[in-house]
Design a protein around this ligand. Structure first.
Ligand SMILES: [Zn+2]
Length: 437
């Protein structure tokens, strides 16, 4: 039996990434998206490999695909591999290539979705097809899910699958998806491969201040705008206390080891200073955060409105939701109400699990110069919805990236693109991980 993905898989991952980019699955929110052609494309590629994909829709055109590769050990927990099919909009005028061309130029695949995350969708397809050619079966069942609607509410995608089709995910204990296993260059010659083992929770808040409406020329101690402004200013200025989750502790400890510096978690600021650019892998996830983003009040300069509304983008760490709530109660005060406009759970995955060790080993095999460390994602993915099924989520979309390529800027950015070599690496690493998982 061949030990790794074949040459055809390396060709196919490029073709599939490019083809999927050309299928415009822009998600503008509010239901304005159609994933169906991309879902049909993916399903056809799976069917060619002898799998039996199921297409599922809550809303016509918002199509999800689920398939199962049977493993050799029926007693082992199944592994969920998932990738979303939708992408965020691209403003064509800003781009140096057509944003949905999927053009391959000078060893780079260009277009919206190249890293978020049609690359991973293509890698999954390429790997399972190479297994079919080689007669490979993984030890664990591997459940593949291509989802709709990740870039909006996930209600037509992973939320729908988790709530309405739990049976398709029977036996799944762990999931693997976007944002992890990529090369982070520290600018001093070190290459770090962060693997995600956690996500902050999402807390989009609506604040409402009420008061006494009246004439703008009169004394008014119950002014809703003044009350709201006070609350917003307190939230914006609040310094959230340091909170180290297990993943972030492990990240700091491992990064300190990479840099040969002492791990002193009692003085995290000093430690972050010493880590230099690598500090950005942990900085967004050592605290809760709450940023005021929208304000809405009044309709005329000489009329005091009876109500004023604001929105705040809050994120909380695993285990820190209660503290987040009580802090918001205190910062808003008695005159301003707040509620979750949209709320999603925080996730924490163990970094000492066999699965994490196998992801690490797969990266180390194909990038021996790299240092693998765990990290926590500051935002969220479909793993939040799948966690309702008891599935522990990791972020692992392996990509070997050249220095100077700004991976973070590709997400939802202009000129999103991915090197062909990065896709080849991804296929090899994903294949190795899944064979040994
Ligand atoms: Zn994504």
């Amino acid at each position: 039996m061949a030990e790794q993905a074949d040459g055809q898989a390396l060709d196919e991952v490029v073709t599939f990434t490019s083809d999927l980019i050309r299928i415009d699955t822009t998600n503008r929110g509010g239901g304005d998206c159609r994933e169906r052609p991309a879902a049909e494309y993916a399903a056809a590629r799976l069917a060619e490999a002898g799998l039996e994909p199921t297409l599922l829709e809550r809303t016509p055109g918002r199509t999800n695909v689920v398939a199962r590769v049977e493993g050799t050990d029926p007693t082992a927990g199944a592994l969920l591999l998932h990738g979303h099919l939708d992408v965020v909009p691209a403003e064509a005028a800003d781009w140096s290539v057509h944003s949905f061309s999927g053009e391959v130029r000078d060893g780079i695949v260009w277009g919206r979705g190249a890293v978020d995350m049609k690359d991973m969708d293509a890698m999954i397809l390429a790997v399972v097809r190479s297994w079919a050619r080689q007669g490979v079966r993984p030890r664990r069942d591997v459940v593949i899910a291509f989802t709709a609607d990740e870039e909006a509410s996930a209600e037509d995608g992973s939320g729908f699958l988790a709530d309405e089709h739990a049976g398709l995910f029977e036996g799944c204990t762990e999931g693997v998806s976007e944002s992890g296993g990529f090369t982070f260059h520290d600018g001093a010659g070190r290459q770090i491969y962060p693997i995600a083992a956690g996500e902050r929770g999402t807390a989009w808040l609506k604040l409402t201040a009420r008061g006494r409406a009246g004439h703008g020329s009169k004394v008014n101690r119950d002014n809703a705008v003044t009350r709201l402004a006070g609350a917003i200013a307190r939230i914006g200025a609040h310094e959230w206390p340091l909170r180290l989750t297990p993943t972030v502790r492990a990240a700091l400890t491992e990064l300190a080891a990479v840099y040969g510096i002492e791990t002193d978690l009692t003085d995290v600021d000093a430690l972050l200073d010493k880590l230099g650019p690598a500090a950005q892998l942990v900085e967004p996830t050592i605290r809760n955060s709450a940023n005021p983003t929208m304000l809405d009040a009044g309709y005329k300069v000489n009329v005091i409105p009876g109500e004023a509304v604001a929105h705040v983008d809050g994120r909380y760490l695993p285990g820190a939701e209660d503290e987040f709530r009580s802090t918001l109660d205190r910062l808003t005060g008695p005159d301003v109400e707040w509620e979750f406009h949209h709320r999603e759970v925080a996730l924490q995955a163990p970094v000492d699990s066999p699965t994490f060790a196998r992801m690490r080993a797969a990266v180390e095999e194909f990038a021996p110069e790299g240092h693998v460390v765990p990290f926590c994602m500051s935002g969220g993915t479909d793993a939040k919805q799948f966690s309702r099924l008891g599935i522990t989520g990791y972020g692992f979309t392996p990509l070997k990236l050249p220095e100077g390529y700004d991976y973070g800027a590709m997400y939802h950015g202009v000129d999103e693109r991915v090197p062909v070599e990065a896709l080849h690496f991804g296929v090899q690493v994903l294949d190795r991980f899944l064979r040994t998982a």
